[in-house]
Write a protein that binds this ligand. Sequence first.
Ligand code: KIV
Length: 271
Amino acid sequence: MSVNKEVKRITTHVLQAMKAKGEKISMLTAYDYSMARIIDEAGVDVILVGDSASNVMAGHETTLPITLDQMIYHASSVIRAVKRALVVVDLPFGSYQGNSKLALESAIRIMKESGAHAVKLEGGAEVVESIKRILSAGVPVMGHLGLTPQSIYKFGTYTVRAKEEAEAQKLREDALLLQEIGCFSMVLEKIPANLAKAVSESLYIPTIGIGAGADADGQVLVIHDLLGLTKDFQPRFLRRYMDLFEGIKGAVGQYIKDVKTTDFPNEKEQY
Ligand code: KIV
């Protein structure tokens, strides 16, 4: 789908109406102007400026090192490109946990300095005060339950979460709590499909799954994974739609060859 000049913007209310109608929500990450422009023109509903930028843009092993300033830089680049999608920005590690005043200040900086439409943060009951304070300032919040990569050193691995009943029960309770306090949506990451189905059916706000099966109300992938720009990350849930790593490598290889053999530039490519 391409969008014309009279674009109807996606809002948090549109997403909730989509769930009510049974229409699935598409969400992808983007971190820069050029990619955001392509994804928005293609018609994706939500663009997430994820803290996965720490991995795929900066090459860190985890999402922990990325800073609020860096998230704002990525978010403002994305915002300049987007005409239709709802743009949600991750609050990075250390910018909201355990201090609701800090959480509000971080969320306000993101909204004011990047022009984003909403923020996302990880966790349930333990971050409720932070979420409430952000919501009280009129900033829409997307939750994130299941595998929460900012807690990787607590979990120890990136394996499927909430397989045991106690953790599944906490997730069900957290999901209801996030809805009750006013989150407009939530990501469910890497949990059993039947749990994601039950949670999604128990809520009127939409769930967006990643590795959470087909019954979440929408799906999200990291754009670098979908396009095959990342090579070694191969979880079962990932569908690669292109192999851009090899595609770009081939194009660059050809360019190098053309330069070396003086094939490039030719007569038509000079003044
Ligand atoms: O940072 C991110 O890309 C995310 C998605 C995986 C949901 O949080």
